[in-house]
Design a protein around this ligand. Structure first.
Ligand SMILES: Cc1cc2nc3c(=O)[nH]c(=O)nc-3n(C[C@H](O)[C@H](O)[C@H](O)COP(=O)(O)OP(=O)(O)OC[C@H]3O[C@@H](n4cnc5c(N)ncnc54)[C@H](O)[C@@H]3O)c2cc1C
Length: 309
């Protein structure tokens, strides 16, 4: 019997679901199933779970699935679902910070908008942009999420990671190669984020909350937030905007099945009905090929795609 068909193995305290539809856990509300879906009870339970998995089994950490598509044929491995699990958040007074900065520790499953408000409420400034990124702290660390001039790793003092054997490690930014929407561990081994310590300048709560409100209003005005989507599909090429290039190719409104290039924001693909992962990927491929043919720009995908077609 496949392990994923069993109840939670002895010694584990989290929830294990076999054959879980990932459309329930990704913001596109589309895509295939995963063989084993585990929601750990806490960090130690997560370590224990990783130790139970076969060494060659693919493991995928998922936060709020706001940058992720699992193909319709599904993902033959384990998903670790951090949201609802690794959710501790606190002002960190033990960590030395440069230039009078305030430090905050947040678990990987904490939603980034929650961290933004927590920092603001505790007298920190500079996290406001996170309020509009509908993912988790772990997803923001993995993607180096950013917007409106802010970028996740500009604020990282340290992170805690876990490896396949369930070993926890403290790491600093020097342990990673960090770029635009790109983060890779120098160690090269499979390692996932458990928590992060972030530094922010002192600020004023009212000003930060107002800034959050303004940035969110800007998003509502420019992004198709009423339909399932995964934010920007492509990275912005240097000195330009992917949305401008896509729009210039006349692709706004281009539709395959239930997937459509948003008429409101050309770098968003929206699920207008019962989109399959294949519909979404077909639109992505078409946009990529058309922009390359018409403008010569080879757009790089920002959203992560995993699994079998
Ligand atoms: C409406 C909308 C607006 C958006 N706006 C922005 C924006 O302004 N700027 C921006 O950068 N992004 C934006 N995004 C994209 C997305 O929200 C971010 O990339 C976010 O950081 C993803 O977090 P997540 O928890 O949803 O990650 P997921 O989608 O769950 O995962 C994304 C990737 O991160 C990996 N990952 C997740 N958690 C961990 C972990 N704990 N350890 C290691 N790897 C992990 C996953 O395996 C996957 O490869 C937007 C998305 C939407 C839907």
């Amino acid at each position: 019997m496949d392990m994923s068909d069993r109840p939670v193995p002895e010694g584990l305290r989290g929830e294990l679901h076999a054959d879980e539809p990932m459309s329930r856990h990704v913001s596109w509300r589309a895509g295939g199933r995963v063989r084993a879906f585990y929601q750990p009870a806490d960090v130690l339970d997560l370590c224990e779970f990783l130790r139970t998995r076969p060494a060659d089994e693919p493991v995928l950490f998922v936060g709020l699935g706001s940058n992720l598509l699992v193909r319709d044929g599904g993902f033959e491995g384990s998903v670790v679902f951090t949201h609802h699990a690794l959710i501790g958040i606190e002002v960190e007074s033990e960590v030395a910070t440069p230039h009078g900065m305030l430090a905050f520790r947040a678990g990987s499953g904490v939603p980034a908008p929650h961290l933004a408000r927590f920092v603001a409420k505790h007298g920190g400034a500079g996290a406001e942009w996170m309020a509009g990124v509908p993912g988790t702290v772990g997803g923001a660390l993995a993607m180096n999420a950013g917007c409106y001039g802010g970028e996740t790793w500009n604020h990282v003092i340290a992170v805690e990671t876990v490896d396949r054997e369930g070993h926890l490690r403290h790491r600093t930014p020097a342990d990673f190669e960090i770029g635009y929407r790109h983060v890779a561990s120098h160690s090269g081994a499979d390692e996932w984020f458990v928590s992060g310590v972030f530094g922010f300048q002192p600020g004023e709560e009212r000003a930060a909350m107002l800034h959050i409100k303004e940035l969110l209003q800007k998003r509502v005005a420019t992004q198709p937030l009423n339909l399932p989507n995964a934010g920007s599909v492509f990275r912005n090429p240097e000195g330009d905007h992917a949305a401008r290039l896509i729009e210039s190719c006349g692709l706004k409104g281009f539709t395959v099945g239930g997937a459509q290039v948003s008429p409101k924001h050309a770098n968003f693909i929206v699920n207008v009905g019962e989109a399959s992962a294949r519909d979404i990927e077909t639109v992505i491929d078409h946009v990529h090929a058309t922009v390359r043919a018409k403008t010569g720009v080879d757009l790089v995908r920002e959203v992560r795609i995993v699994g079998k077609a």
